[in-house]
Design a protein around this ligand. Structure first.
Ligand SMILES: *Cc1c(COP(=O)(O)O)cnc(C)c1O
Length: 379
């Protein structure tokens, strides 16, 4: 039997083990924040931002950031229909309403024209999610938001390593949030980060993240507001420090894996992969290499996952339009979102995947296309 090709698995080296061991052995008492502070500093430097607050998840970081902007009942936040649910969840938990608009067929991210059309007097923010490490058209979104005084915010959970016009994704909007879940490019097991360059927003979010206690408050256990609790543990931050020392290697590997697939698949007709941007100084992070099959192939993602499984390979289906799910109102006018999910698949892209593993995945895809095109000729 061939070895199993996983779809995701973190790269854990002696360095992560050494730092985690140190944190669990020594990182207590007066050292209980050392790795946390170091991790935040390294992350700020990597991104080129003024402030960073580590959290227990990206969901938590997004909740904090939205609360910091004062978003609440009656407010609307515009976001793409094609998304992971956790980008929408904090909006709803704050009593606000996510307004789902369609994506662009080539980036699978927010369509700025659709965003503009969805703005109402209640719109408080535009949530730009850099899906699969592809990039939102940030200039267009900022231009649409600016006349209305609407904040553009970035969910960069999948966008570490993504660069837009020379700036790292997550550093461009009012704030950015990141995830260090085990499937993401940088991992701490579970974890997240809030980043911003905005002094006032930072103070607000810091206070919320610190159980309502402001920075500089001299009284112990004194809160001026009701806060949230989404803190990262020192042991997790220790793993994060090791990952940040290796961040360029981890990002480079994602690109390497994408281009291995790309070079093997580019001669095959009837499919499209993540966009390769031609905007200067712009590069997607390629968190998940993804294949979209042409409509005429009548692709069935779950059948394909079954075929992959028979070959000892894991895969993932593309994100559904969130408005297909029972808690939202269907929005079939989001035609790109409703068309794409059913003919796309995410390919295995973990750090240690071998060229042979990539080749095995490509062979399954090539066989499928061969079969499909043969049968369509026969019909
Ligand atoms: C993973 C992910 C999240 C949630 O991150 P957690 O750390 O699991 O809370 C949010 N948004 C996007 C786009 C994600 O990929």
């Amino acid at each position: 039997m061939s070895s199993r090709v996983l779809y995701a698995k973190p790269s854990i080296t002696e360095l992560e083990i050494r730092y985690a061991t140190d944190a669990v052995t020594n990182g207590w008492g007066d050292k209980c924040y050392e790795y946390i502070q170091k991790f935040e500093t390294m992350f700020k430097q990597h991104l080129g931002v003024k402030y960073a607050i580590s959290t227990s998840s990206c969901t938590g970081a997004l909740h904090l950031g939205l609360a910091g902007l004062g978003i609440g009942p009656g407010d609307e936040v515009i976001m793409a229909d094609t998304n992971w649910i956790q980008s929408a969840a904090p909006i709803i938990q704050l009593g606000a309403k996510p307004v789902f608009v369609d994506i662009l067929a080539d980036t699978w991210c927010l369509d700025p024209v659709k965003v503009k059309a969805a703005i109402t007097p209640r719109t408080k923010a535009i949530l730009a999610v850099h899906l699969y490490g592809n990039l939102c058209d940030m200039d267009a979104l900022l231009a649409v938001a600016e006349p209305h005084g609407i904040a553009v915010i970035e969910d960069t959970a999948q966008g570490i390593g993504s660069v837009y016009k020379g700036k790292r994704a997550g550093s461009i909007g009012r704030f950015g949030v990141f995830s260090f879940h085990g499937t993401k490019t940088i991992t701490t097991g579970e974890g997240g980060m809030f980043v911003t360059n905005d002094d006032a927003l930072y103070e607000k979010v810091f206070t919320l993240s610190n159980q309502g206690r402001a920075r500089g408050e001299t009284r112990q256990f004194w809160s001026n507001t009701v806060g949230l609790k989404y803190k990262m543990a020192n042991v997790q931050a220790a793993i994060g420090c090791a990952q940040m020392e290796r961040v360029e290697t981890l990002i480079k590997r994602k690109r390497g894996i994408f281009f291995s697939y790309f070079n093997l698949l580019k001669t095959i007709d009837c499919l499209q992969m993540n966009p390769i941007s031609d905007v200067p100084e712009t590069q997607p992070g390629y968190w998940m290499p993804t294949v979209v099959f042409d409509k005429k192939l009548n692709f069935d993602p779950y059948k394909f996952l079954e075929t992959l499984k028979q070959n000892n390979i894991d895969g993932r289906v593309f994100f559904y339009p969130l408005t297909m799910m029972p808690m939202f109102e269907a929005k079939k006018e989001n035609v790109v979102s409703y068309d794409l999910y059913n003919r796309a698949i995410n390919l295995p892209s973990y750090f240690e995947i071998s060229e042979d593993g990539i080749k095995r995945v490509v062979d399954v895809i090539a066989n499928l296309i061969k079969e499909k095109t043969r049968s369509s000729v026969a019909v």
